[in-house]
Design a protein around this ligand. Structure first.
Ligand code: NGQ
Ligand code: ZN
Length: 410
């Protein structure tokens, strides 16, 4: 049998908080019988309070190398650790942003940097808590940071904007920032409707559900990425699809945090667009995200082969190709740029024996956990060879040193 083409396009990872990689596996002990997203968030804040520009660099470099090894060729970094732990800006206000830019540059992954606007501790407009202070900006200072970062844009670096969530951004600030970027083509991301408590608070304070409120109060268009959008009514599902925004689905983190299941079947039925994200980075694998996206739907519907289209019966192919196009849209790289990113699967992988073009992606997504990615090329540069990142050993050594030090003073 002739060998088949084993080259695939690189996937975009459209939602990531790099620093959280270093606490993967460290929040899995019960602290309260009612442990939840909100108790996890306290642990995460405590951890976030110890991250410096240097340790963030070491964590992000290790993470980005792992992303490349797993077949992601670009990452959207939803970045909100802006200031010193006590909330004082660093002498260089972009110190934390620049550490992410350096980690992406040194590993060779494309980066969409999304500096996050974070202003309030809840829908009621309460002030940031002590642990949230390092996330905060006034609108002017935020726009200053944005301008400074946009000057660094290149073939490998896109800069967009992000609103942390409706909880963290008052309506007038949302409006002012959107007015400042009106008519510009840049990615706009926001966390939305991830937890029931957030939906309920939004209804209580703003008289509408989060997605309903956003669609009514902002001109949501293809520049937008709605992160999670887990809890939706059918009208909201239709509204998102009609806006042509992308939904960032992060199945492993959404499972880890007990968020809920996205109504994928309804969303597909109305032509909705999605991409995948590794979010808290408890897993760094597009295969695992895609597989769990489908498995969640099977568990929910008691059916099989849910993520299909009238023209495509292969679930692996539908998931991969949809995540590819949605991912490109959300990350803001051009088609021409994205086409220079390729992954090559291992011709000797036993899980691919006898693969055909019409089942290659099903086998890639659904046939186990042995890594099949052998080579990765980003913008013409080979960054993964024989399944390993070219700078992997040195990057891992720095990460080990940095993580040991972080854990020692925790
Ligand atoms: C974050 N992560 O910003 O890192 C959030 C938790 C929040 C996820 N939602 C904090 N997965 O939403 O307030
Ligand atoms: Zn997030």
């Amino acid at each position: 049998m002739d060998a088949i083409e084993l080259t695939l396009p690189g996937l975009a990872n459209i939602h990531c908080h790099a620093f959280q990689r270093a606490m993967a596996g460290l929040a899995e002990r019960q602290t309260d019988p009612a442990d939840s997203f909100w108790t996890w968030r306290e642990l995460m804040y405590r951890f976030a309070g110890r991250i410096t520009p240097e340790s963030q660099y070491d964590i992000a470099a290790q993470l980005y190398a792992e992303m490349l090894e797993s077949g992601y060729s670009s990452v959207c970094e939803f970045h909100y650790l802006h200031h010193r732990p006590d909330g004082e800006p660093y002498g260089d206000r972009a110190a934390m942003s620049d550490s992410l830019i350096a980690a992406a540059r040194d590993t060779g992954i494309r980066l969409t940097l999304l500096p996050v606007l974070y202003m309030t501790g809840g829908f009621d407009g309460r002030a940031l808590s002590d642990r949230q202070r390092r996330f905060g900006h006034a609108v002017d200072a935020y726009l200053g940071l944005l301008e400074r970062l946009r000057r660094q844009e290149s073939d490998m670096l896109r800069v967009g904007i992000a609103f942390h969530s409706l909880r963290a951004v008052p309506p007038d600030a949302l409006r002012d920032v959107l007015a400042a970027v009106q008519g510009q083509s840049l990615p706009i991301h926001i966390h939305i409707a991830e937890q029931i408590a957030e939906v309920e608070e939004c209804v209580a304070v703003r008289g509408a559900r989060p997605v309903e409120w956003l669609l009514a109060n902002a001109a949501v268009d293809p520049r937008w990425t709605l992160v999670h959008a887990t809890h939706l009514t059918h009208a909201e599902v239709r509204g998102i699809a009609a806006s042509e925004a992308v939904v960032a689905l992060c199945p492993t983190t959404e499972a880890n945090l007990g968020d809920g299941l996205f109504p994928l079947r309804d969303f597909f039925a109305v032509g909705g667009r999605f991409g995948i994200g590794s979010d808290s980075n408890v897993s760094v694998s597009p295969v695992e995200e895609l597989r769990w996206l489908e498995y969640g739907q099977r568990l929910l519907t008691h059916q099989r082969n849910v993520a299909t289209l009238p023209t495509q019966a292969s679930v692996g192919e539908v998931l991969f190709t949809q995540a590819l196009t949605g991912g490109r849209q959300a990350s803001g790289f051009s088609e021409a740029q994205a086409q220079r990113d390729r992954i090559r699967l291992d011709a000797d992988a036993v899980a691919l024996v006898g693969a055909r073009p019409d089942n290659l992606l099903d086998r890639f997504v659904f046939a186990g956990n042995r890594p099949m990615v052998q080579e990765v090329e980003v913008a013409g540069r080979i960054v993964v060879r024989d399944g390993r990142h070219i700078g992997g050993a040195g990057i891992a050594e720095r990460y080990r040193r940095s993580l040991r030090a972080l854990l020692a003073d925790g």
